[in-house]
Design a protein around this ligand. Structure first.
Ligand code: SF4
Ligand code: SF4
Length: 162
């Protein structure tokens, strides 16, 4: 079933379509430790299905999903906080984070030896950091001091793109 506005979100709503239409709902799943974001099975599951899987009541989940979809919880454009990819990605660059990012804001090119996060598109859901095999992804405030320059390197990658 399609999801055209937040009021349509109900027990029969497809999880994958919901996340695609309203990326602002991602933190609702993450905070409940529901691994729906980036899961291939989400294409076949409704909210009722996943509540059954996780043993959660659907009422509070629907309320929170509608609220987050309506208000666009997540990143506001122009706010200077973001997730950042740092040194450990270099030499690994396996793309696991790209597979799970709900807003497709992780990119690279053949000349670069790592991936980068677009700070203007990232909604701060943190899902990429959970799947990175080498713990290369940090919230800006948690970036280790020795890798502080990677904040600028990530931003610079997108500034130089036409
Ligand atoms: S880059 Fe990471 S934190 Fe930002 S939106 Fe994508 S998955 Fe979420
Ligand atoms: S998952 Fe980690 S190592 Fe893999 S591309 Fe993303 S940041 Fe780099």
């Amino acid at each position: 079933m399609s999801v055209t506005n937040y009021a349509c979100i109900n027990a029969d709503t497809n999880v994958d379509l919901l996340i695609d239409r309203f990326p602002g709902v991602v933190p609702v799943f993450v905070e409940r430790r529901m691994h729906c974001v980036g899961c291939p099975m989400a294409r076949f599951e409704t909210l009722a299905d996943v509540c059954g899987i996780y043993g959660l009541p659907i009422g509070p989940l629907l309320t929170e999903l509608r609220a987050s979809a309506m208000t666009g919880i997540g990143r506001s454009k122009g706010v200077a906080m973001t997730y950042v990819i740092a040194q450990p990605c270099i030499g690994v660059k396996d793309g696991s984070c790209v597979e799970v990012c709900p807003v497709d804001c992780i990119h690279t090119d053949d000349e670069s030896d790592q991936y980068f996060i677009d700070p203007d598109e990232c909604i701060d859901c943190g899902v990429c950091a959970e799947v990175c095999p080498v713990e290369a992804i940090f919230f800006e405030d948690d970036l280790p001091e020795q890798w502080a320059n990677f904040l600028g390197l990530n931003r610079q990658y997108f500034n130089r793109k036409p």
